[in-house]
Design a protein around this ligand. Structure first.
Ligand code: SF4
Ligand code: SF4
Ligand code: SF4
Length: 236
């Protein structure tokens, strides 16, 4: 499998939100009005103007309070269901060189829910166009790192060839398990954005792993069959 990938090691994330800000800066996206909801996470969710969101949760695990940080973004799936569902290469397509899954202005009129993203990523804007992380494909084609990776000060975010990132993820997982027995990689065979987490993924975010997400109460059997994956680990 060719193309590029990210490896995101949440054990190294300090929730500085540099990645979130760098993403906005590179894409010239406006800030959004935020409110205090009793969490350091802001804004509340991904949006047409926020492609990268540092999700923050406070959870009690085994009797200890833990801060769980999850830099959420499009996973650039190896077989993107959103591309299949859009059914229009002029609206959603993959870059054969990098594997980036890209949306165009022709997404206008599509419904983000109908794209059946298992990670709840695409968002519609005021003019009806749908947007999300584009892997900073313009930067990558010019030999630069994605803006979020370039700015990450801790090494939590990594980017490179898919095989290289998969190897790095396996090595970091092995190391992480010495301290965190529950450490695992999320859907590592299906995505180009591989996360390493140390707790159950649902504690970080309800869409941290691919899951069936009912839309307006309608059961989508096709998505269910195709997308449900168990919490996958790659320890060996
Ligand atoms: Fe499409 Fe969602 Fe996969 Fe991104 S994460 S490529 S939006 S299905
Ligand atoms: Fe944003 Fe680029 Fe990072 Fe995607 S790869 S989250 S577009 S900075
Ligand atoms: Fe975490 Fe790195 Fe993003 Fe800071 S820049 S929030 S350390 S992933």
């Amino acid at each position: 499998m060719k193309g590029k990938a990210f490896f995101i090691d949440t054990t190294l994330c300090t929730a500085c939100r540099g990645c979130q800000v760098a993403c906005k800066q590179w894409h010239d996206l406006p800030a959004e009005k935020t409110v205090n909801r009793g969490s350091y996470q802001n804004p509340e969710d991904l949006s047409f103007f926020t492609y990268k969101l540092l999700r923050m949760k406070e959870e009690v695990v085994d009797g200890k309070l833990k801060w769980l940080f999850f830099p959420d973004q499009c996973r650039h799936c190896i077989e993107p269901p959103c591309k299949d569902q859009a059914g229009d290469p002029d609206a959603v397509y993959s870059d054969p060189a990098t594997g980036a899954v890209l949306y165009t202005a022709n997404t206008k009129g599509l419904d983000p829910d109908e794209l059946e993203c298992p990670y709840d990523i695409p968002r519609k804007g005021p003019d009806g166009i749908i947007a999300k992380c584009d892997m900073c494909n313009d930067r990558v084609h010019n030999g630069l790192l994605p803006a979020c990776v370039k700015t990450c000060p801790t090494g939590a975010m990594n980017f490179g060839d898919l095989a290289e990132m998969t190897d790095l993820a396996k090595k970091r997982l092995e190391k992480a398990r010495e301290k965190y027995p529950k450490a695992a990689l999320l859907d590592p065979l299906d995505v180009r954005v591989i996360y390493l987490v140390t707790e159950s993924p649902d504690l970080y975010h309800e869409s941290a792993v691919a899951a069936f997400r009912p839309v307006r109460g309608v059961t989508r059997q096709s998505a269910l069959k195709k997308l449900i994956k168990p919490f996958t680990s790659m320890a060996s």
